[in-house]
Design a protein around this ligand. Structure first.
Ligand SMILES: Cc1ncc(COP(=O)(O)O)c(C=O)c1O
Length: 490
């Protein structure tokens, strides 16, 4: 039996609970006894018995020396990292740690524009200046891919003093760039590469999936075990390769950003998810890839609906793809992805991962079965039959706004004096809040940017299509908060 079959953290917590110690410490529900009985019986005794806190036998995520340290070391071996840090603050916490480990006030960080909101939060916390790179847009699917080697080269040549390059790999839709070459390029400038690997925990564990961040030689990767790797929601990891970044610095920053009441349910689930991926990942993921590929083929036989496959590869931003992501394009039915999301919920009780103007995104994981995939295909068949007479042209054309000019650093804008003005009067003003379409969290405007008519039209179009535009204090979008302009007093 290999070391990867061991689960020191889960086994340690479970063994401790089985001894039924008399607890005079938090959590005060004391293994559920002090809890509302309805919730207690719903959640179950086992889960409550390991809802524990960092008492000495159970180690401490902030200063790991025992079972947490062992579990993190096993994870590092499994992911090919020098160090792995467990996060109970989601991948958002791991991403903020990556950025704050390399950037201080005024430092530059090169980031794609389609970043998750946690990256912008970290840029504000650290006081860094973002140097944005346009991601490649796929006009047929209306989605953004990753960044190209050419654009990374231009950014590094213009800003060789950048403290880091952040790459999203794979994207939410499962598309990967040529990460090995991007890493080599950044390292030739001595710039560390930080990878947002929120949608790629599984790719490290199967030969037919894209190269993972650690395989590509990246310096850090925030990897969502909870999204596609089988651990509990909110649990994630941060993988680190020493050299251009310091693991000691990472440990102190992650600790600054983490609750002192770390959930052992989340931590134990990371330990067991790592065991499953490391010991059975190749076998389990082979089945997932087959399920997804067969489903893709069936969907492509439905008139009016398509599901892109390997034919998407070959552009500068589409080097590889994760076939377990089903990008199902419905625009030829004359419907938006959002319409289809609602239709599937109402008619088949199917919940998709996300929808946008043209597509729905369905993820296929170790937890799926042939039966569930058949229900999806049947539902899409029925949908296509119901809507086959609709003219395709009725779907709005996708347009992506230009990246606005940055007038102030996001942090200076965030802390500046502000005022609220009508939405329609805001062109030319500096925005003081975030506006993004979420999921997947692509910013339209970030604090410090100059509002353009292009931005306002984009927001209006998304709202008109009932897509979730989020961020401003005024959820009705009648007003926006902008930086106050001080006029001369007569
Ligand atoms: C690309 C990307 N990065 C980071 C995150 C943050 O992950 P978490 O929800 O675990 O904090 C998400 C979440 O949706 C994401 O899509």
């Amino acid at each position: 039996m290999s070391r990867q079959h061991l689960t020191p953290l889960f086994t340690g917590v479970r063994t401790h609970a089985e001894k039924q110690p008399i607890q005079f410490h938090i959590p005060g529900h004391k293994q559920g006894a002090g809890m509302d009985p309805e919730f207690r019986s719903f959640i179950g005794e086992n889960a409550l018995s390991i809802d524990l806190i960092n008492i000495a036998p159970l180690d401490d995520l902030h200063h790991p020396h025992g079972i947490i340290k062992e579990a993190q070391q096993l994870a590092a071996e499994a992911f090919g990292a020098d160090h792995t840090f467990f996060s109970v603050q989601g991948t958002s916490g791991a991403i903020m740690t990556m950025i704050m480990s390399v950037c201080g006030p005024g430092d530059k960080i090169i980031v794609p524009r389609n970043v998750h909101k946690s990256i912008m939060s970290a840029i504000i916390f650290s006081g860094a200046t973002p140097i944005f790179i346009h991601p490649e847009i796929d006009p047929r699917l209306g989605i953004s891919h990753g960044i190209t080697i050419d654009s990374v080269e231009r950014a590094l040549t213009a800003h060789p003093d950048a403290k880091g390059l952040l790459v999203i790999n794979p994207t939410y839709f499962g598309i990967s760039g040529n990460l090995i070459q991007i890493v080599e390029l950044a390292h030739s400038f001595d710039v560390p590469v930080l990878v947002d690997e929120a949608h790629g925990v599984h790719i490290h564990f199967h030969d037919d999936l894209p190269v993972s961040a650690m395989q590509a030689g990246a310096d850090m990767a925030a990897t969502s075990v909870h999204k596609l790797g089988g651990s509990m929601t909110q649990s994630s990891i941060l993988n680190v390769r020493e050299g251009l970044v310091s693991a000691k610095r990472v440990q102190s920053i992650i600790s600054m950003l983490t609750t002192t009441s770390t959930s052992y349910l989340l931590l134990a689930s990371l330990d067991t998810a790592r065991k499953q991926l490391a010991t059975k990942g190749q076998e389990l993921l082979s089945r997932v890839i087959d399920l997804a590929e067969q489903t893709r083929e069936k969907i492509n036989n439905i008139v009016g609906i398509s599901c892109v496959g390997k034919e998407i590869l070959g552009t500068k931003a589409t080097y590889d793809m994760d076939p377990t992501k089903l990008i199902i394009t419905v625009k030829d039915l004359g419907l938006t992805g959002h319409d289809v999301e609602v239709w599937l919920r109402e008619h088949y009780s199917i919940e998709v991962e996300m929808s946008d103007l043209y597509n729905i995104l369905c993820i296929v994981t170790i937890g799926d079965t042939q039966e569930k995939m058949n229900i999806l295909v049947n539902a899409l068949n029925e949908l296509a039959t119901e809507h086959k007479k609709v003219e395709p042209a009725s779907v709005a054309a996708i347009s992506v706004p230009n990246i606005p000019d940055l007038a102030l650093s996001p942090r200076d804008a965030f802390y500046a004096e502000t005022e609220v003005i009508p939405f329609d009067d805001s062109v030319g003003r500096i925005i003081a809040e975030f506006i993004m379409v979420y999921p997947p969290g692509i910013p339209i405007l970030i604090p410090g940017e100059i509002i353009s008519q292009d931005n306002l039209s984009y927001i209006t179009e998304n709202l008109r299509n009932d897509l979730p535009v989020q961020g401003p204090e005024d959820e009705t979008f009648k007003t926006l908060r902008v930086i106050k302009e001080h006029r001369a007093i007569r």
